[in-house]
Design a protein around this ligand. Structure first.
Ligand code: C5P
Length: 232
């Protein structure tokens, strides 16, 4: 990790507002953005397309080594996700990709295959990294580590709204079940389990809107970093 390029990591389970917060922070600072969940979701999509079972750790890791992915900043979404020249952003946001992503993310060999690629996002003037293990494993030396939490009902409602806005139909009860299952798998896995990094600032977003959360985290960033020196 290059000590001179600042990193803010924002980890936590789905529905805590991570994606929106990371997008806002990266635009405010004009820093790069890494959406690591998108990488696992892309692998899930590729595995489905190429009929590689998610349980086949070596097979999925081989897909990870050949990835041809770009992220493009977009106004309406955190990023556009371009796989082999095609925008797959909407497709990978569907619940089947999220669930398959969480299954293949259990394999240490898969995580190792994309570690260097994730770290390559640390480019000037800085990086905002969104995920589950950004602060614990991928960027352990980050200047600021944030961990977002929220109660499961609130998170399920947010996800439901997000999916509806995107025209993705899902039953609320099914969503509650799939979020609970994904949380359990993410927290209990052997490799890089979901947990706050040492020294992380934990922010509970259950009763706060995105504007409040942004204001709170932006104030911490302003205190932690010398933005006059590093803002582009
Ligand atoms: O954040 P998102 O919901 O897009 O992530 C999908 C899945 O990818 C998560 O449930 C998790 O299992 C996995 N993931 C991970 N490590 C990350 C980001 C995502 O294991 N850094």
């Amino acid at each position: 990790m290059q000590a001179d390029i600042p990193v803010v990591t924002i980890d936590g389970p789905s529905g805590t507002g991570k994606g929106t917060l990371c997008s806002r922070i990266s635009r405010w600072l004009d820093w790069n953005l890494l959406d690591s969940g998108a990488l696992y979701r892309i692998l899930a999509l590729l595995a489905q397309q190429q009929q590689v079972p998610v349980a086949d750790a070596a097979g999925v890791a081989a897909l990870a080594r050949d990835l041809n992915v770009r992220f493009m900043a977009a106004d309406d979404e955190p990023v556009k996700v371009i796989l082999d020249g095609k925008d797959v952003g909407s497709r990978i946001r569907q619940e089947d990709c999220g669930n398959a992503a969480s299954s293949l993310a259990e394999h240490g060999i898969v995580r190792a295959a994309i570690l260097g690629w994730q770290r390559s996002f640390q480019q000037p003037p800085g990086l905002v990294a969104d995920g589950r293990d950004m602060g614990t494993v991928v960027f352990p030396g980050a200047g600021l580590k944030v961990f977002l939490t929220a109660n499961p009902q609130v998170r399920a409602k947010r996800r439901y709204k997000q999916l509806n806005v995107k025209g993705i139909n899902v039953k609320f009860a099914d969503l509650v079940g799939s979020i609970a299952e994904r949380d359990k798998r993410d927290k209990q896995r052997i490799h890089s389990p979901l947990k706050p990094a040492d020294g992380a600032v934990v922010v509970d977003t259950s009763d706060s809107g995105i504007d409040d959360v942004f204001t709170q985290v932006a104030a911490i960033i302003e205190k932690r970093f010398d933005l006059s020196a590093i803002r582009s």
